[in-house]
Design a protein around this ligand. Structure first.
Ligand code: AMP
Ligand code: ZN
Length: 117
């Protein structure tokens, strides 16, 4: 399959590994927007949050289990997990992934969506 993140999981494309288990893989985002910016992805190819159903939803729990382990390993107490689903939300890679951001005080509100009024 011609999928960037599937190629990262298989090792065809290099990445800086953060964590791996049977179900998920985590690596450093190549263009970090915070001091800590990990991506956590299921090993199974799922295009996006919209494709989650009862047959595959267990991997989402595995993603959050991995996040908690990574946080402990990296000594992170506070973090934000973001999933972009679809073009308007900014999803550029069509393999389900969760951004794990930490290391900076983060804002919240309309400004974070790029709204100015
Ligand atoms: P999204 O915009 O939510 O689809 O997130 C895709 C993320 O993948 C972006 O934050 C990119 O910086 C990141 N990314 C793209 N290519 C690579 C790569 N080869 N290694 C690590 N991260 C990547
Ligand atoms: Zn994939």
């Amino acid at each position: 399959m011609d999928c960037l993140f599937c190629k990262i999981i298989s090792g065809e494309i290099p990445s800086t590994k953060v964590y791996e288990d049977e179900f998920v893989y985590s690596f450093k985002d190549i263009a970090p927007i915070a001091p800590v910016h990990n991506l956590i992805i299921p090993k199974e190819h799922i295009c996006c949050a919209n494709a989650i159903d009862e047959s595959n939803s267990a991997v989402v729990a595995k993603v959050f289990e991995a996040a908690a382990k990574i946080a402990k390993e990296e000594g992170i107490e506070s973090y934000r997990i973001i999933n972009n689903c679809g073009d308007d939300a900014g999803q550029t890679v069509k393999h389900l992934h969760f951004h794990m951001l930490a290391g900076v005080k983060m804002g919240w509100g309309p400004e974070s969506l790029g709204k100015t009024e």
